[in-house]
Design a protein around this ligand. Structure first.
Ligand code: NAP
Ligand code: HSE
Length: 421
């Protein structure tokens, strides 16, 4: 087997781990690398490896057979590097979900036009081979839904806040030290990273153009330790869930939202940095996969798997079908979500509060399944937790708009869907 000559752009958490793994795979030779700071000590032996300041040079170098893009970012230089490589018919491997969420369609067209592989197993769910599972393993199935935990940082934060009682910032700092977070961690926390991944999975599962702008996206900033503990008392875990499903009229709706899941659900039992994704296939039924969703070596494992597939001559269409046949998705909102909801209101602790809220719920056709209020301190803020029965998202939004105006309400209400899976 001839040696494949590799160029790597990006030598951070993932790039360094790929570099180390490739030391055990002599069929791949790293020819050239690029990153921002040549002086940085990365703990890697870069002797004999050419350094290029401009990553796009990797695509132009005649001695580089394959370009691996591990810089991140939804624009240049990652975009121009990948474009240049595909135009020169050089296979590309990337872990960059942000780039694919915005430019996946154009890049897939370019790869197809040039008959060259564009591979991205590491872009979704770290080390779990979720791309291969949906695109190849479940190819015989019509898929009705894909949902689950797609961000290791958020799952780690929610798990650790509940387990240790440590505050959000402390736990986020730990996630950054462990190499889980994006270089801009607001992408993790505000749900953007889950949205990027979900738009890629929707593309594969439903044959639609990845379109980040059509997603409803809500992150985990407003989740408190109190929410995690009260949900636990009620029999649920809180997880940041990405969910894409076909509605009754066949439209694809995509949501990213912190959600409550019953403790019996496999997704609810996916903790720490793990990701857990459930796919509902027409013949196979529900299939659940879990594994390390972030971190250098877990992600590098998927990058190197793509390289090995490439060496075996694999060249599958990036979305499993011609990109120009991908359909469009519909813009989703919480109004489109029918089911049970968790509502946290911060109210002034005084007589008559429930009497003010109840008529609004009644007139919006919302029925309460359970209710918790703790603490007693006259006129001080206190949390009131309600779990509703199944209702329409539209009813919830209507009620919350009115409840917000009551003068017993002391903070923005928190509303989360409850998934009965
Ligand atoms: P990282 O640790 O921040 O590393 C980024 C690397 O890219 C660094 O080596 C940086 O150079 C280099 N770089 C950034 N901008 C550059 C530019 N303009 N020109 C040249 N080099 C540039 O990021 P990471 O965590 O390894 O993530 C890399 C990619 O993998 C991202 O797309 C990310 O979303 C994706 N991903 C990450 C994980 C994870 O768990 N970390 C999991 C799945 C996918 P310097 O080192 O000199 O600063
Ligand atoms: N920041 C991402 C996460 C990396 O925490 O899941 C893996 O894509």
């Amino acid at each position: 087997m001839s040696v494949m000559r590799i160029g790597i752009a990006g030598l951070g958490t993932v790039g360094s781990a790929v570099f180390e793994i490739l030391a055990d795979h002599p069929q791949f030779k790293i020819i050239a690398v690029s990153a921002r700071d040549q002086e940085k000590d990365r703990g890697l032996n870069l002797e004999g490896v050419r350094w290029v300041n401009d990553p796009v040079q990797l695509a132009l170098s005649p001695d580089v057979d394959v370009v691996i893009e591990l810089m991140g970012g939804d624009g240049n230089p990652a975009l121009s590097l990948i474009r240049e490589a595909l135009q020169r018919r050089k296979p590309v491997i990337t872990a960059n979900k942000a780039l694919l969420a915005y430019h996946g369609f154009d890049l897939a067209c370019l790869a197809e036009d040039n008959q060259v592989p564009l591979m991205y197993e590491a872009a979704v769910a770290g080390g779990i081979p979720i791309i291969k599972i949906i695109r190849e393993g479940l190819a015989a199935n019509g898929i009705s839904a894909v949902y689950g935990i797609m961000n290791g940082t958020c799952n780690y934060i929610l798990t650790e806040m509940g387990r240790t009682g440590e505050n959000f910032e402390t736990v986020l700092t730990n996630a950054q030290k462990l190499g889980y977070a994006e270089s801009d961690p607001s992408l993790d926390i505000d749900g953007g990273d889950t949205g990027h991944k979900l738009s890629i999975l929707s593309g594969l599962a439903f044959g639609c153009v990845p379109d980040f702008k059509s997603l409803f996206v809500e992150g985990i900033r407003s989740i408190s330790i109190e929410d995690i503990r009260l949900a636990d008392e009620l029999g649920y875990h809180i997880k940041l869930i990405g969910q894409a499903r076909k509605n009754a009229s066949g439209a694809i709706l995509q949501f990213v939202s912190p959600s409550l899941l019953p403790k019996s659900s496999p997704i609810a039992n996916t903790h720490g940095v793990l990701n857990g994704i459930l796919i509902e296939g027409s013949y196979v039924g529900p299939s659940f996969v879990a594994g390390r969703g972030a971190g250098g070596f877990a992600t590098a494992s998927a990058v190197v798997a793509d390289l090995i597939d490439l060496q075996h001559g694999k060249n599958i269409l990036p979305f499993g079908m011609p990109a120009r046949l991908l359909s469009s998705t519909q813009k989703a909102s919480l109004e489109d979500w029918d089911g049970a909801f968790y509502i946290r209101l911060v109210v002034k602790d005084r007589p008559g509060v429930i009497a003010e809220i109840s008529p609004i719920l009644r007139d919006s056709n919302i029925s309460i399944e359970s209710f918790i209020q703790r603490g007693r301190s006259m006129d001080q803020p206190v949390s009131m937790i309600m779990m509703t029965h199944e209702t329409k998202g539209h009813n919830i939004l209507k009620a919350i708009t009115q409840i917000k105006e009551l003068d017993c309400i002391m903070d923005d209400p928190l509303v989360m869907p409850v998934l009965k899976i």
